[in-house]
Design a protein around this ligand. Structure first.
Ligand SMILES: Nc1ncnc2c1ncn2[C@@H]1O[C@H](COP(=O)(O)OP(=O)(O)O)[C@@H](O)[C@H]1O
Ligand SMILES: [Mg+2]
Length: 282
């Protein structure tokens, strides 16, 4: 029996497409027949749940204080006791169906204070491995084929927990005036994190996102990354497409949208191709 595959989208920067990538690769993986669970550790704005239109239901629960246990509870020292008391309900109560294939564990406001709380754990192994333990002991038995984490756009104890748990990092990058020259920084960041963990993180896939075939900046940027990371760069680039934004605003991915612009079609194909490639690389 094979273990659940794990990956996480991470970059120490906001707005490059982490949430979009997790949502779309998640749906693409389920189109490929995999049972997928997406987990949002990226913070209380709960973008992943909004991207799938499940935020309204969840925020009502939060307001009614019917939101316990939630994803932040899984990081707590008392989690083991809570889980054994509640049984299967402990994890199953956190999971929502998206209607597009993947299941999702949405972010929760409780993630906010976690960085500081985890900082108080002196033993670094314990500080960084709480989420790994949760996945191994409580999520693996649910038999998902693939668990994909949406991680914060900053390095803190929550993103460290996510990285520690998955080891395989998917990084969406976006062309910008400073980006090309900073291509090398990503490797430095990952190796710095790897050495502070004493575990090896691998740059499993680097996705060039929001590319525009008409601009030189975009082409130069793609070249720079291909030279710097020939193994990691995904073969399909994801074009900048207004349809992606529109779909997100409607609480769905491009796969559930009927947008038929050239960029929308190309983006769908790119996500499908990259999902297949991701499965091969893991
Ligand atoms: N390929 C794309 N084309 C157009 N808009 C995109 C694309 N990828 C992401 N976006 C939009 O860019 C914004 C930031 O993306 P998001 O996935 O939320 O980034 P992150 O999670 O890294 O902060 C969102 O409004 C999203 O809809
Ligand atoms: Mg995000």
């Amino acid at each position: 029996m094979s273990r659940t595959l794990r990956a996480g989208a991470f970059l120490d920067k906001g707005g490059t497409g982490k949430t979009t990538t997790v949502a779309h690769l998640g749906v693409a993986l389920s189109e490929l027949g995999r049972d997928v669970l997406l987990v949002d550790l990226a913070g209380k704005q709960a973008d992943l749940a909004k991207n799938f239109g499940v935020w309204d239901e969840y925020s009502e629960r939060i307001e009614a204080e019917d939101d316990w246990p939630n994803v932040s509870t899984a990081f707590r020292e008392q989690w083991g006791r809570i889980a054994s008391k509640l049984g299967d309900e402990a994890v199953e109560g956190m999971i929502f169906e998206t209607g597009e294939g993947p299941d999702i564990i949405p972010a929760h406001p409780g993630l906010d204070g976690l960085d500081t709380e985890l900082n108080e754990i002196e033993d670094t192994h314990e500080r960084y491995s709480r989420f790994d333990d949760f996945l191994t002991e409580y999520v693996e038995p649910l038999d998902y084929d693939f668990v994909f984490l949406d991680l914060p756009g900053s390095t803190n104890n929550v993103s460290y927990n996510g990285l520690w748990a998955v080891r395989n990092v998917v990084v969406p990058v976006e062309a910008g005036p400073f980006e090309a020259r900073q291509a090398g920084r990503l490797r430095d960041d990952l190796s710095r994190i790897s050495s502070s963990f004493d575990v090896e993180l691998s740059l499993t896939m680097l996705v060039l996102n929001k590319t525009d075939s008409r601009t030189r900046l975009s082409a130069e940027f793609a070249e720079e990354y291909k030279q710097e990371y020939p193994e990691a760069v995904a073969s399909a680039q994801v074009p900048r497409s207004q349809a992606i934004r529109n779909a997100a605003n409607d609480g769905k991915t491009l796969f559930a949208s009927d947008a038929s612009s050239t960029t929308a079609e190309r983006a769908r194909e790119a996500f499908m191709e990259n999902a297949e490639e991701l499965l091969k690389r893991l």
